[in-house]
Write a protein that binds this ligand. Sequence first.
Ligand SMILES: C[S@@+](CC[C@H](N)C(=O)[O-])C[C@H]1O[C@@H](n2cnc3c(N)ncnc32)[C@H](O)[C@@H]1O
Length: 416
Amino acid sequence: MDADNAYKEAIRHGRYSEQVAGLRCKYDHVRTQFEDFITTYYLRPHLEEVVKSKTGGSSGEGLRFYDLGCGTGDGYELLSKMAREARLSQFDTRLIQEDMMDQYKGIDLSVDLLKEAENLFGDYEHVEFCKGDFSNGLPLDENEESYDLYFTSYGTLSHCTNEELEKLFVDMGKHGHNGSLILADFIGRYSYEWQNLWTRNPEEVSYIDYVINYLYSEEERDSVELSSFPLRLMTPAEVFKILESAARKAGVGLKVLRFFDRSLFVGRHIETGTYNDNAQPLRLMVSSLFERGLRTYFPDLKVDYKPREGFDWQNKSLQLLANSWNELVDYTMTLMEHYDSDEELLPYPPQTDVKPLEKAYRVMRQTLEGSKGLYGDIRADLIEAQLGYAIRSLEMNLQQGHGLGHGLVGVIEVVK
Ligand SMILES: C[S@@+](CC[C@H](N)C(=O)[O-])C[C@H]1O[C@@H](n2cnc3c(N)ncnc32)[C@H](O)[C@@H]1O
């Protein structure tokens, strides 16, 4: 019930579904341009296969989705707006057309969130929201048909203990059909946001006493009394172990197609300092890159990574990302200075062995070269947005799904 109270508070303070300028609040630019994008990027190839098998076959069946911990129904929006690869001249890029969706069912513990979900999406005929608790396994009606995707988002499965998770995976394994997908979304164990909580013994079960204080201003954060709730901090090895045991008990295969880390250095708590004394407001700075008409102060965009002793592989990976990120910001500043002095040729980037950085350098140089004479505030609207995408690409290509981001997500296939 602690979690229910915490979400209730966020709704009561009008913070959970507020969509103001994308700098703060739930739907800031990092959520839309980084987090939603990254989730759909890694899910898409697997979902495309399911779409092909369903809509290409003779069965005429549509797709069925089950969203566990659906909250206000964001999962429905994410899935129905998910884009496929498309040519510039194509207008409609949706992977799942409305007539392809047979059923989207969302369950949540919180009646307040469900009410909001109902207001937003309840009118669609194939959409259903109901109260349900996944801590005792997968809530199902009698004879309920299997789903093509059992979906969770934004750390939802970290609400479960190991035992609850195992039961849930057993149920999804049994209920799913061959080829059903499970998107298992956890909170990563070694995110820089909670560096104070990192523990050395990988066998030790690790929790964070999570507080949703990031939706409040710095002054409010200190004055508002907020509830907290425990969330499980996960590594892929821990998830594998639970999956193995669940697969054995269910008598099915639960095959991990991939793990990915989401939001390294831009998770919600990078600004609050609640769990890391060295936190800095990087999420706000990255969101600012995407805000139209607003220029970002680049020196504050750089990551001041402070390694923690005794965590060598974590420090090594995070330091590589921080260095690449900072070198890209420095190079972009250099490009802008040369651009301003009307030089014919913009400087070439420094040599690097880091392939994703090499590409990001190239894109930034190309962006500035090509932007001469364009309309509008080209720094705020074009160069900064491209830098935002370039940082996102560094994050995506330098992560390995090891639990170093705010989110650790597994794409899992049921094999029967
Ligand atoms: C991190 S939020 C994610 C909400 C939403 N899916 C989104 O993308 O914004 C986790 C959600 O899981 C719900 N939840 C937590 N424990 C639950 C349980 N045992 N059964 C059902 N829902 C639960 C919470 O109420 C909350 O809405």
